[in-house]
Design a protein around this ligand. Structure first.
Ligand code: SF4
Length: 243
């Protein structure tokens, strides 16, 4: 009879939390230590993250630079939406992102009288997340990126790579990205430098090794404790596909 492996996903939360710490160590050894320093100013991070959805990093940056050529944030709000959509055409879905970006900018200006987001550093984390996700174009991933990267707040951005790797390893059961954000946050320490490094190294691992299709399990540093590998060996199915 084939032995059924004991899966991480069925273990108590405390064991899955320890698994995350082990993954942190393995990924650091593989991809290096990361230091929590803002990569760009808060409004740049916020708008670029909206542009980044289903878009490569290079196209996101081109779209952002062309957007900023329209003028300051006030000028972008006042510009015809089709002009904004044209400026961000290197980003995917420019027709839906343009009105969202304008609505987000308008809401920030109305509520804050400008575009300074530094008040988020002093709000309780839950309130800061709520303020950002109440903006028309901002989801929990975008809000978490701004809060962690710019203000070193203890939140954990869950993008498609973080979601895929943590699900396959069995830290969390299968669930949507929004629910995964809440589930992972409960397991993680409220330690911004730890969260920042884990996010970046999981992202890298998802891009390079634990890819959506044909993950490279034979060279994966997480293999010995991975649920998907325990079940499927070197034939892990594409993410979202059931065997
Ligand atoms: S062993 Fe395979 S499925 Fe598991 S994390 Fe590594 S690449 Fe992904």
């Amino acid at each position: 009879m084939t032995e059924v492996p004991e899966l991480n996903v069925a273990r108590p939360a405390v064991e899955r939390a320890e698994l995350l710490t082990w993954m942190f160590g393995r990924l650091r050894a593989e991809y290096g230590e990361k230091h929590l320093v803002p990569r760009r100013e808060p409004m740049h991070e916020l708008i670029s993250t909206i542009l980044s959805q289903r878009t490569t990093q290079q196209d996101e940056e081109i779209a952002y630079q062309e957007l900023r050529q329209l003028g300051d944030w006030d000028a972008i709000i006042e510009a015809p939406t089709e002009v904004v959509a044209h400026a961000i055409r290197r980003s995917n879905y420019p027709e839906s992102k343009a009105p969202r970006i304008q609505a987000t900018l308008r809401a920030i200006r109305e509520q804050r009288g400008g575009y300074d987001l530094d008040f988020l550093a002093d709000l309780p984390v839950g309130d800061a997340l709520k303020w950002l996700t109440d903006l028309p174009g901002v989801g929990v991933k975008t809000a978490s990126l701004v809060l962690l990267f710019n203000y070193a707040r203890p939140v954990f951005p869950v993008d498609t790579h973080v979601h895929r790797v943590t699900t396959r390893v069995g830290v969390i059961p299968r669930m949507g990205e929004q629910a995964a954000h809440r589930a992972l946050l409960k397991l993680l320490p409220p330690d911004p430098p730890f969260l920042f490094e884990l996010h970046l190294n999981l992202l890298r691992h998802g891009q390079k090794v634990c890819t959506w299709a044909r993950p490279k399990c034979p060279v994966c540093v997480l293999r010995e404790r991975c649920d998907a590998f325990a079940i499927y060996g070197n034939d892990v199915p594409s993410f979202g596909e059931k065997k």
